[in-house]
Ligand binder design. Structure first.
Ligand SMILES: [Zn+2]
Length: 310
């Protein structure tokens, strides 16, 4: 059965769209919750959910696929990373509260009404208009359930994090003991075909992994590149002043300690400051919007597991 409904946000006219596909084989089976649109300038996951909702056949499924394609409607309509009503990043306020600002209330209804039902949770992100990110899934490297799911997702890169920072959708899932993954992708305010395909394939692979989908098809993907380290977009290498960013490196480049990653110039093109790698590393994130403010994250450095090790 396919169902389209809305959940109201307290003390507002806001409705969160919810798309549910319940399998007819065994309706009481596991529930995979999938969200997109936490940040309003990320679109790959939104479209992946819309397409899968049309394509899935409930007769081939057990359990439930529970999707929120646009978790942050005000940010989505404004094409904005943050919610324009309260200026907050929705991925920093979880698990939210029922009488806080609009972002807090969105987080709260999602945590109470969607996450509470999930046996596994997937949050679909991308680089948005500011950042470049690898096409990847991220997971909690302290939870073998997350690692196992990351390995079967079919993404070209998997990134294990030793720490999950508070305030995220996935930290709310972790607080409930629910295993999770999140995606990243190139972004740039557009939908790259390969990233859309990766997210749809990954959701289907997760559904097979959880026993929701029992079809024969299983997409064999080449082994992923495996990154480790903190993936916090509020950290990494940060600009100490405003300027125009000149990048020397690209996503997933391998760099050596001391290597210049990029530099900031003023409107005359004169160098304001340079950014160098503190260690041998793999580039996990780049700032792609060249106009930067003081405090903006420019680079995240990750470590790479050696091939053949796990
Ligand atoms: Zn995001």
């Amino acid at each position: 059965m396919k169902l389209t409904r809305s959940i109201p946000v307290p003390d507002s006219v806001l409705q969160i769209p919810v798309l549910t596909v319940t399998g007819s084989r065994q309706p009481q089976g596991p529930c995979l919750a999938v969200s997109a649109g936490v940040h309003g300038d990320e679109y790959e996951g939104v479209r992946a959910i819309y397409e899968l909702f049309r394509e899935l056949d409930p007769a081939a499924m057990s359990g439930t696929l529970l999707c929120v394609p646009v978790l942050n409607p005000p940010a989505h309509r404004a094409c904005s990373r943050v919610n324009p009503v309260d200026g907050l990043n929705l991925a920093r306020v979880f698990p939210g509260e029922p009488d806080g600002t609009i972002s807090n209330r969105i987080a709260w209804v999602f945590d109470q009404q969607i996450l509470s039902r999930a046996s596994f949770y997937l949050d679909l992100h991308s680089g948005g208009v500011r950042y470049g990110m690898p096409s990847m899934v991220g997971y909690d490297s302290t939870d073998p359930r997350g690692r196992a799911a990351a390995e079967i997702f079919g993404a070209p890169v998997i990134w294990g994090h030793p720490v999950i920072e508070p305030g995220r959708t996935i930290s709310a899932a972790m607080a409930r003991g629910i295993p999770f993954l999140y995606t990243e992708a190139w972004g740039a305010g557009r939908i790259a075909r390969g990233d859309l395909d990766m997210m749809k394939r990954g959701i289907l692979n997760l559904m097979r992994h959880l026993g929701i989908l029992e079809d024969e098809a299983s997409v064999v993907a080449p082994p992923p590149r495996r990154l480790t380290g903190v993936g916090n977009t509020d950290g990494g290498i940060v600009a100490s002043m405003p300027g125009f960013l000149m990048l020397d490196v690209q996503i997933l480049d391998r760099v050596q300690a001391g290597q210049r990653l990029g530099y900031l110039v003023d409107e005359w093109g004169s160098t304001l400051e340079e950014y160098n790698a503190s260690q041998d590393a793999t580039i996990g994130l780049t700032r792609e919007m060249p106009i930067v403010e003081a405090g903006d994250t420019l680079f995240l450095l990750a470590s790479e597991e050696q091939e053949g090790t796990a």
